[in-house]
Design a protein around this ligand. Structure first.
Ligand code: 5GP
Length: 192
């Protein structure tokens, strides 16, 4: 998606060779006009797939998922990062390793909100090593729901997550795919 690539070039900040900051427009301050276009693009890609739930992970996926959901006219569920040790039996749970902090944490979704009748689209801001998506996929599978695919704003294609998730047979649509980036030269290259 050219609009997103151009915005990343203009307002993104590269940290080293691994981390891209997009907090001027996507996941801290949020440009709603841009995210509207992102939502429309996910609708164009997945609009004929019978999606009836959108699933994301707190916190930065929530805003993008909510705007996207308006084009699908379906509810959003966000997996919560669980802080208590006792996980009650009325939730689906999975583990996620944080890309930014390296810590492993549990994510949970109430069984009330996801079940075999659901056709689920996953939405997130970034795809790096794939742990967040893998965690969400586990929740969908545990619920017996159908996974339609994943809509990602920025995939860092030089990290293994995209290949990993696609090799599982999951459809992944990323609106900007970063081939390489380098803070030292302030350069960023996108996949064709
Ligand atoms: P993964 O689980 O695929 O390794 O990482 C995805 C999650 O880590 C996303 O939900 C996102 O919040 C965070 N993340 C991964 N890479 C980046 C990055 O370069 N910049 C930012 N801002 N977040 C990232």
């Amino acid at each position: 998606m050219k609009l997103l690539e151009e915005r990343i070039r203009k307002d993104g900040t590269i940290r080293g060779t691994e981390v891209l900051k997009v907090d001027r427009f996507l996941n801290h301050q949020m440009d709603i006009g841009l995210i509207n276009e992102i939502g429309k693009e996910f609708k164009r890609l997945y609009g004929d797939c019978g999606v009836n739930k959108i699933l994301t992970i707190e916190a930065s996926g929530i805003g993008i998922a909510c705007i996207t959901a308006q084009f699908f006219n379906v509810p959003v569920i966000f997996a919560k990062k669980n802080k208590t040790k006792n996980i009650a039996g009325d939730v689906y749970t999975s583990k996620v390793e944080s890309f930014t902090h390296g810590k492993v944490y549990d994510i949970i979704v109430s069984k009330e909100f996801l079940g075999p009748e659901d056709r689920v689209l996953l939405i997130d801001d970034f795809l790096a090593n794939g742990s967040a998506l893998q965690g969400l996929i586990n929740l969908v599978r545990d619920a017996g729901a159908t996974l339609v695919g994943a809509g990602i704003c920025v995939e860092k294609a030089f990290q293994p997550g995209g290949d990993l998730i696609r090799s599982m047979g999951v459809r992944v649509e990323s609106l900007a795919r970063v081939k390489s980036m380098d803070e030292a030269t302030n350069s960023i290259e996108f996949c064709e």
